[in-house]
Design a binder for this molecule. Sequence first.
Ligand SMILES: *Cc1c(COP(=O)(O)O)cnc(C)c1O
Length: 588
Amino acid sequence: MKIPRIDIDIGKIAHNIQQLKKLYGSKGIQITGVTKVIGGNPLIASILVKKDIKILADSRIENIVKMRKAGVQAKYLLLRTPALSQVEEVVIYTDISLNSELIVLKELSKYAIRNQIIHKVILMVELGDLREGIMPLEINNTVKEVLLLKGLSLIGIGSNLACFGGIGPDASKMSKLSSIATHLEKTFKIKLAIISGGNSANYHWFKSSKNVGRINNLRLGESIFLGREALCRKPIPRLFTDIFTLVVEVIESKIKPSKPYGKVSQNANGKIKKFKEKGLMDRAILAIGGQDVDVSGITPRQNIDILGASSDHIVIDNTKSNLKVGDTVEFDLNYSALLRVLNSPYITKNTINFNECKAYCKAVEAKDSRNKLLTPSIRISENNSPLISLINTDFNLIFEPSISVDYMYLVREDILGKIGRISEKLNAQNKRLIIRSAWRSSEHQQLLWDTKFEFFQKEYPEKSFSGVKKIVSYFIAFPTKSMHATGGAVDALIYDDAKKCVMDFGTNKGYDINLSKKCYPYYPKISEEAKENRALLIGLFQSEGFVCDLKEYWHFDYGNAIWAIEKEKEFAIYGSISKLDMSINIKN
Ligand SMILES: *Cc1c(COP(=O)(O)O)cnc(C)c1O
């Protein structure tokens, strides 16, 4: 996939909406979904609609037109007070607009009549932040006039705080809005359906209020998409704050001086910058710049410092991260960074869904437990092929050190040729097959089990004995049940001789594999490179008739019960050999 890109987790967006609906709904407040930060992206907007958000609000008509044309079924609200020059479009493309100017309202009325439409309006009341809004003293007069305008329907009032002046919504501001609503209803004998208290900054007021008064609507953008309130920008409990991930690529990585040298003048941004002398430093350049993103609004998820940026480059301190050319860096984004990225034509928009990972894992686990149940009933027609050591072959293999002393890396005789061919194919690509493990005695399997058990016991000290046992059994077969006892199982990775390292399979650092659900072979949320490398490894073994384990991308079975189940064979050809009898089982 093209880089730079932004990963958008639509599953997490759906989750946040659901949580916010529950939270605000508990005191009778409905949510209007604000789409301006996503630039009216129809795919994302349709998730809001799917989660039963009835009104979508945007400050730009263009975004509303985009969503409408894409068939996103909602009522559309224009957030920014309409410009006189766009009133006809407002009437045609939006259902509701927020207003504060009588002259604009009169024009809206004119075009509504002309187009035979009833356009709904919400009047904005100034409560002190000093952006849009009618002064409370003038609201009576405005309402009186608006009620006379044909083609318009006054459906509510609203306020907007914490945007220009940084004045936050509190109990007194919100009860002021409530009392204005009640007063207008009494005075003009009307019913106002929507009392829209504000935006994501209203969270603290909401949490601290037992009684929200007449407020029954909030217009939320930041809370949905960044999982935060907008007064102190603190995460809202139970919401995701990592829906968006900006992924950028390293295009230069060098050791250079820390201080520019030569005659100092203005840089690309028209600034004269000062630098500290810190001697030679590891520096890198990322292929993204001020043209694509508000650089001050992005935070790397790993330990790097941004040294500066121009329109197409970000220069970073690479001392702690040791990034190479071609590596990628992930960033979190704030509201303004997100706004620009999602509207930049240079950045690929990529949707992901953590729920898919969940669904995939669930399917894997269901199938795995079904296989485990089936295993004992699989008939074994033992073909008695002996075990033979991979060490004594002339294949160009690497053997990962084992915890079992004098480990011999034994496989059934028929498997030897298969490993030989896989090995040759890899050698032709300047790669080598790493054999991690093959036949294991029951003592060996027990040792592995015990070691992992101790590891996870330390990792999760709060868990009970059976709790830890459950985690271990996710990844290591119980000694009596391991397919490794059949001599028909091989654990393997690939070494890249050009890059001089073990290939990246998404969960390993060299030989060291971090056991987690990401080890399930087709786990959706790993890098493209790791996916390709897994496909190479799995493809090679499959071409020799092996089946890849359901939970471990490095484990392959042939001839044993799991192989028989997966290949729908009538019987397995290899049963367990739990103890070696040198004279029968081993062939030199
Ligand atoms: C942008 C905007 C909102 C949404 O603000 P968030 O802080 O993103 O929730 C609400 N109302 C108006 C008038 C806006 O312009």
